[in-house]
Design a protein around this ligand. Structure first.
Ligand SMILES: C[S@@+](CC[C@H](N)C(=O)[O-])C[C@H]1O[C@@H](n2cnc3c(N)ncnc32)[C@H](O)[C@@H]1O
Length: 195
């Protein structure tokens, strides 16, 4: 429904026209007042950002640089304590998770969930992009339903808890699916700041 409305708007109202800009402002106002997630802006961001940055993102050198170092320290600690076959859950991975290098190096098995996973899959297919981490559609607020009784050694979420409707529910859910000696890593980290 929303996609149809957007397609009609795109067709008949020019990008920078006064009407288009006004409609965007009204949309953002309602989203904010009703405390709804702004998925349209998120998707719009990735649609324009991905093609511009794909070349460097698909380079393993860069994937290594952007891999979160505190996570690597924790993984080493778990491995030194004899934990193998680590299971990691990522919440709100976006289309290009920062954890790709870890998957390439077989440091863990990852389940990535994202509210916009289906749309990201379409974008990736459209450009014929392939990435080591493919998110599945899911919401941090309904985590146990998505992961189906699975428990994880590590739960990771960067720059996403500030995008969800209820960070509190997400955090509570994280603890429900975390193993006893597992670790939760969450912070605001912005991919665009990457060199
Ligand atoms: C700014 S992006 C961050 C992407 C990536 N983690 C990074 O650090 O670059 C936030 C992501 O959270 C996702 N998201 C928003 N609300 C969500 C929810 N309730 N559950 C899961 N993912 C959600 C959005 O679709 C978006 O892909």
């Amino acid at each position: 429904m929303i996609n149809n409305v957007k397609a009609v708007l795109k067709r008949y109202i020019k990008e920078d026209s006064f009407l288009r800009v006004s409609l965007k402002i009204v949309y953002k106002f309602f989203i904010k007042c009703l405390n709804l997630p702004d998925y349209a802006s998120e998707l719009g961001f990735w649609r324009s950002w991905l093609p511009k940055n794909w070349e460097r993102l698909s380079c393993q050198e860069l994937q290594k640089i952007i891999f979160p170092k505190p996570l690597l320290i924790f993984i080493n600690k778990l491995q030194n304590n004899g934990c193998g076959n680590l299971e990691l859950l990522e919440i709100g991975s976006g289309p290009v998770s920062l954890l790709a290098w870890g998957v390439n190096k077989n440091l863990f098995h990852v389940v990535a969930i994202d509210a916009l996973a289906d749309s990201y899959e379409k974008i990736m297919k459209n450009y014929k992009y392939s990435y080591p981490i493919k998110p599945i559609k899911g919401y941090g607020e309904r985590l146990p339903n998505v992961v189906n009784k699975k428990v994880f050694d590590i739960i990771y979420s960067s720059n996403a808890l500030d995008h969800v409707v209820s960070p509190e529910k997400c955090l509570n859910n994280m603890f429900k699916v975390l193993k006893k000696r597992g670790g939760i890593f969450t912070w605001k980290d912005i991919l665009m700041k990457v060199p």
